[in-house]
Each structure stands twice: as structure tokens, then as C-alpha cells.
Design a protein around this ligand. Structure first.
Ligand SMILES: Cc1cc2nc3c(=O)[nH]c(=O)nc-3n(C[C@H](O)[C@H](O)[C@H](O)COP(=O)(O)OP(=O)(O)OC[C@H]3O[C@@H](n4cnc5c(N)ncnc54)[C@H](O)[C@@H]3O)c2cc1C
Length: 368
């Protein structure tokens, strides 16, 4: 059965309360492990990584007990920093090698790769908007490193369907698998997939040792490719109640934080810029999800158009927004997002280098 993601704010906070960061550490790689399913809320800016860690600290967990969990939260922040500093739409550190196409295998789109656990994960992605991290890695590996597709179009396909679609985490993770981020491609064989997905499949094109897999011929099942024409269906503007003497708070696909400027008067606008969604298209399921999440923000109204168009129609008053690399043409008072280690910014070529600094910042925070 596919997972259902509540959009009620109090249930989202309850889910943070339920996290077992210790169990997480030794089970997270398994698809039935104690993962949090919080990414759709973190990616949509309803909650943030700092809030999650704060709760764990409040509960008395020590860093040593929950290091794996904290590191994963920091992977998220790390990729956000990479996206602030670099153009992540091109190969970050080195060109992807062994590329024969800039499309996506039809078998991946149709959940028909012949690898049962991956096919099920893709079907579940379509049904629920979620995929476990390991299945994302397997899907990207099959696509980039076996079917020899360049990572960009397949990443756009996965982003389109994920409720947690976050271009920084998405593009950087695909690049990590394809070897353009750190120079090493990720490989998995059937034994690995069986181990972490609880499947028991044999006789597939992945039933090989790693030496036999790399570099392999493209398996026959993956040799047909498609170019997808992805688009977004946006709702129409529903925006009537405007107070010229109030400030305006801009919410968008990456900021649906109900606590942001909560107790102030303000025009609250969910800005859906068609240009951004044309570059980064998302499914109807993702749009329904954000519309439901936005109901946690009293008085929010929808404006479908660009920031410039909004400002032209309503020039008066101050505009506030949270910083994000995809905010196209925003003007006004930019406020920072919340980070686990706000003082660790700029570009770090490796997560390890970032973590060394972030860990110090976290320990300092925990001491106070
Ligand atoms: C090919 C590929 C594409 C991905 N695309 C996205 C994406 O579009 N959006 C997205 O949020 N994550 C993406 N990830 C990272 C990761 O798979 C998801 O964040 C995680 O699976 C979300 O599920 P969860 O909330 O149950 O995570 P948990 O395992 O419970 O982790 C807790 C939180 O830590 C962060 N996190 C955990 N693992 C990672 C990771 N490997 N990289 C970055 N952050 C992490 C997430 O914010 C997550 O919510 C991608 C990974 C791969 C390999």
C-alpha cells in the first residue's frame, strides 16, 4: 500500500516527535527502516532541518547517539549550500562519462526494468509521491550508469513526481550517482538490492559481481529511450483581499512555513510563477499537496504569475520573502532560511569538508 502524507500541521509536528534517531542509524538503508518521511515537509519549507534537530536535542539525545541521522539532515543543508554557490544544472565537477543519450529509458518511466524492487518503487512513486533513498539511488544508477543516460532529464522526471522534489537535493544526488559530483559512479548489484529491499530476485541482468557489472553493456531491457514533455497545471489566481497598508509575505513552492511572521498583519501570497514551473515542472499530485499545505497559513491567497506582475498590480508596502536560489526576480526584504549550521556557508567540494565544520557548530549549539 502506498503512503499517504498528511498535510495537517499538528500531525507534521507529531511526526517529528515520533523520530527514533538511534534506530534510524542502523536501519535507514532498508526500505522498511525507521526513516522519518519528513522530506516532503522539509522540502516544501513547512518545517526545517534545524527544527528537527532542535527537537532531538530537547529530548536529550547526544550527538554520538544520533550521528547518522544528523549527518543525513546535514546532507540536505549541504546540497542547499552547493545550489547557492554553483550552477547545479550542469555537471558540477567533471563531465559525466559513458553517456550515450540525453533521454530516459522507457523501462524506467514504465516501471518495467525487470528489477522487481525498482519497478515497485517507481510504481509507488507515482502513487504516493515518495521513494526511499536507496530506491532513488538504484533508479538513478540503472538510468545513468547502466542505460548511459545523462542525469539531467531523468532527474527532472523524478523531481516531477516527488512530493519532496527539491532541486538542490535532487540534481546533486543524481550527479553523485552519475559520478559528476565526486568522480565515482555508484553501482549496485542484485544482491545489494535484495538485501535492502527485502526482495529475493535472481536471474536478472544485475545478478553479477561488481567487477562484472562495471563497465557493462547496456542491458537489453534498458535500450529504448524517451524524451519526456513534462509540464505543470497551476491553479488560477484567487486573490481579492488586498490591504495596501500591510506588508506582503511571499510564500512559494519552497516556503510554506506556517510560523513565518505568524502573529503579524500581512498580505499572505502563495506565488506560483509559471516560468519557474516551466523550468522545474511538477505533477498534479505535488500541486494538490502544496495547496493543502498552504491551508495551514490563515488568510493565504494564490497568485499565479511572476513576482514582477504581482508587484505591478500591488506596488504599495514592503515585500518579504525567504532566500532561495529559485526565487526569480524577487525584490524586497530577503530573509535567511533556517540552517543547522548557519555559520557554515559557501561552497565545500565534499560533504566531509562541510561536515567537519558543521559538527563543530552543532556541538557548540548543544553545549548552550
Ligand atoms: C537520485 C536521488 C534523488 C533525490 N531527490 C531528492 C529530492 O528531490 N528531495 C529531497 O528532499 N531529497 C532527495 N534525495 C535525498 C533522499 O533520498 C531523501 O531526502 C530521503 O529519502 C527522504 O526521505 P525521508 O524524509 O524519509 O528521509 P530520512 O532518511 O528520514 O532523512 C531525514 C531527512 O534528512 C534529509 N536527507 C536524508 N537523506 C538525504 C540525502 N541522501 N540527501 C539529502 N538529504 C537527505 C532529508 O531532508 C530527510 O527528510 C534524493 C536522493 C537520490 C539518491
Amino acid at each position: 500500500m502506498s503512503r499517504n502524507f498528511s498535510t495537517e500541521y499538528h500531525q507534521i509536528l507529531d511526526a517529528i516527535d515520533q523520530i527514533d534517531p538511534v534506530k534510524y542509524g542502523y536501519t535507514r538503508n532498508h526500505i522498511d527502516g525507521a526513516v522519518t518521511y519528513l522530506s516532503p515537509y522539509i522540502a516544501r519549507g513547512v518545517i526545517n532541518t534545524r527544527m528537527v534537530l532542535e527537537k532531538m536535542i530537547e529530548k536529550g539525545y547526544r550527538l554520538g547517539q544520533m550521528e547518522t541521522f544528523v549527518k543525513e539532515l546535514c546532507w540536505r543543508d549541504y546540497f542547499q549550500r552547493v545550489a547557492q554557490a554553483k550552477n547545479i544544472n550542469t555537471d558540477i565537477r567533471q563531465e559525466q562519462s559513458m553517456v550515450t543519450n540525453r533521454a530516459i529509458p522507457v523501462a524506467v518511466v514504465n516501471a518495467n526494468t525487470g528489477i522487481n524492487a525498482i519497478d515497485k518503487a517507481i510504481r509507488d512513486l507515482y502513487a504516493s509521491g515518495y521513494m526511499h533513498n536507496h530506491c532513488r539511488m538504484y533508479t538513478a544508477f540503472l538510468t545513468c550508469n547502466l542505460a548511459q543516460s545523462h542525469w539531467l532529464q531523468p532527474a527532472r522526471w523524478m523531481y516531477h513526481h516527488l512530493l519532496d522534489g527539491d532541486w538542490a537535493s535532487n540534481a546533486c544526488s543524481w550527479q553523485w550517482v552519475a559520478g559528476t559530483k565526486n568522480g565515482k559512479k555508484y553501482y549496485a548489484n542484485q544482491e545489494n538490492i535484495n538485501k535492502y529491499t527485502g526482495s529475493n530476485q535472481t536471474g536478472t541482468y544485475l545478478n553479477k559481481s561488481y567487477e562484472e557489472l562495471y563497465p557493462a553493456e547496456i542491458p537489453a531491457a534498458l535500450t529504448e529511450y524517451a524524451t519526456l514533455n513534462l509540464s505543470t497545471n497551476l491553479p488560477t489566481t484567487n486573490f481579492e483581499d488586498w490591504h495596501a497598508d500591510w506588508p506582503t509575505f511571499i510564500y512559494n513552492y519552497y516556503n510554506l512555513d506556517p510560523l513565518w511572521h505568524k502573529n503579524e498583519n500581512g498580505n499572505r501570497v502563495l506565488l506560483l510563477d509559471p516560468n519557474v514551473f516551466s523550468d522545474y515542472p511538477v505533477s498534479d499530485k505535488c500541486i494538490s499537496f502544496i495547496l493543502e499545505l498552504s491551508k495551514n497559513i490563515p488568510g493565504i491567497q494564490i497568485f499565479t504569475g511572476s513576482f514582477e506582475e504581482l508587484k505591478q498590480q500591488h506596488p504599495a508596502g514592503d515585500y518579504y520573502f525567504k532566500e532561495h536560489p529559485l526565487n526569480s526576480g524577487y525584490q524586497g526584504k530577503e530573509e535567511p532560511r533556517d540552517w543547522i549550521a548557519p555559520d557554515v556557508n559557501g561552497y565545500y567540494p565534499s560533504f566531509f569538508a562541510y561536515w567537519k565544520k558543521a559538527e563543530k557548530s552543532i556541538l557548540k549549539w548543544m553545549e548552550n
